[in-house]
Ligand binder design. Structure first.
Ligand SMILES: Cc1ncc(COP(=O)(O)O)c(C=O)c1O
Length: 410
């Protein structure tokens, strides 16, 4: 290990909270398209895109240009003033998702906080007394108190109780259980759902489950909130994953890829709902500032292009095809799940050491839910880089598979 790297590791431990555990031993100092470069200028294939954030890859020309132009004009004013970039970004979201109004914030957890507050204000209005929100096992909605309480995973709650009351957890993809909860529980204001659970292990919602959830909610005046923080902005081959299900949620939450790396979050809702967050009920200093919205505009303009989703589909097919072939060669791959460029490979054991081995071989991937390797490259991934990355991953998985089969045969 170089002295430079050793010093970074030491100083990280000395000066930063260690809430991310030991960081992977690399510091990226440059990105270019589908590649990242480390402190020693070594080149890596990036199949992670900063956890679905760098949607256009690194240094995408129109994105870079838009950011440079914005930096040279104005970065921040305040939400007290009109903001043309905010208006344009909101218009683009309305055009790509559904007609509605948008509230900009700074992250995914904040987008969900806003959705929770809106659902409660709507549910409690006119003495309706509806305040409960149904969420699903394996979900992840963020780390602030409201979003954390919405997240139905005890490991996320550990040590933080008491949580925010008013969340009911239902089993994911279980129509019967959902029906029962909706029948037996009182005061339900909203249902909040990820159509693909990203942090939960790339679990894809069944079409008929989603249909049932929407039918029941629509018949009972219960709002639907779709959390597309991870799945939105072209990630699944359509602009938003809910478009694969032919549904329109009342509230949609976005973040990650929306501004390609500049911090942003957004809650987009059907127009009538904006009446329920009137003056003084919610706000943020930074949310949707000029720079963040200029970045979002640059991203949204790109993902609207036809050839954009065609490329996502081509790259997705390539990955699924490669993974299917790998699965035929080894029992080490238990399952392959996902959609578009949000893909999970379920292993029979913990997968973090594969992430480390990949990194040693100049490939950046990630592991979620303990044993699911997650591939989520930029939406502009170069096919040659993708092939390079998949070659590295295949070698690692097949080698691991051999060891696994030998040890489990003993
Ligand atoms: C579906 C989903 N919702 C919310 C969040 C929280 O977003 P953030 O980390 O920007 O607060 C995440 C982050 O991984 C997520 O995947």
């Amino acid at each position: 290990m170089s002295q430079k790297l050793a010093k970074l590791i030491e100083e990280d431990k000395e000066y930063l909270f260690q809430n991310y555990g030991d960081r992977l031993p690399v510091a990226f100092i440059k990105g270019d398209g589908s590649y990242l470069y480390d402190q020693d200028n070594k080149k890596y294939v990036d199949l992670l895109s900063g956890i679905a954030v760098s949607s256009l890859g690194h240094m995408f020309p129109s994105y870079q240009k838009a950011l440079h132009m914005q930096i040279d004009r104005i970065i921040h004013s305040s939400n007290w003033f009109l903001n043309p970039e905010q208006i344009e970004a909101a218009k683009l979201i309305s055009e790509t998702a559904f007609p509605g109004k948008t509230l900009f914030v700074n992250s995914g957890t904040e987008a969900n906080e806003a959705a929770i507050k809106l659902a409660r204000r709507h549910g409690l209005s006119f003495h309706k007394k509806k305040f409960n929100i149904v969420t699903f096992t394996g979900s992840f909605h963020g780390r602030t108190f409201g979003s954390m309480s919405a997240t139905a995973q005890s490991k996320i709650h550990d040590g933080f109780g008491p949580l925010v009351p008013g969340f009911i957890y239902a089993p994911y993809n279980d129509k019967k259980a959902f029906r029962k909860i909706m029948k037996n529980s009182k005061y339900i204001a909203a249902v909040m759902l990820e159509l693909i659970q990203g942090e939960g292990g790339i679990n894809v919602a069944d079409q008929d489950f989603v249909r049932e959830v929407f039918d029941i909610c629509n018949h009972n005046g219960v709002l639907t909130i779709i959390d597309e923080v991870q799945t939105g902005i072209g990630r699944t081959g359509k602009a938003f994953v809910h478009q694969h299900y032919s549904i329109t949620p009342d509230i949609l939450t976005l973040a990650k890829g929306l501004a390609g790396g500049v911090p942003i979050g957004a809650m987009h809702a059907k127009k009538f709902l904006s009446d329920y967050l009137p003056k003084g009920t919610h706000g943020t200093t930074f949310g949707g500032n000029h720079l963040a919205c200029a970045a979002a505009i640059a991203v949204l303009k790109e993902i609207k292009k036809k050839q954009f989703s065609a490329h996502v589909c081509e790259a997705s097919e390539y990955i699924f095809d490669r993974l299917k072939k790998i699965k035929q060669k080894t029992n080490y791959v238990k399952n392959i799940r996902g959609m578009g460029l949000l893909i999970g490979i379920e292993l029979p054991e913990e997968g973090y050491s594969i992430v480390r081995e990949a990194l040693e071989n100049y490939l950046v991937i990630n592991c979620t839910a303990g044993n699911v390797i997650r591939i989520m490259p930029s939406l502009t991934i170069d096919m040659k880089a993708l092939e390079e990355g998949m070659n590295i991953l295949e070698k690692i998985i097949l080698k691991r598979g051999e060891v696994y089969e030998n040890t489990s045969a003993k």
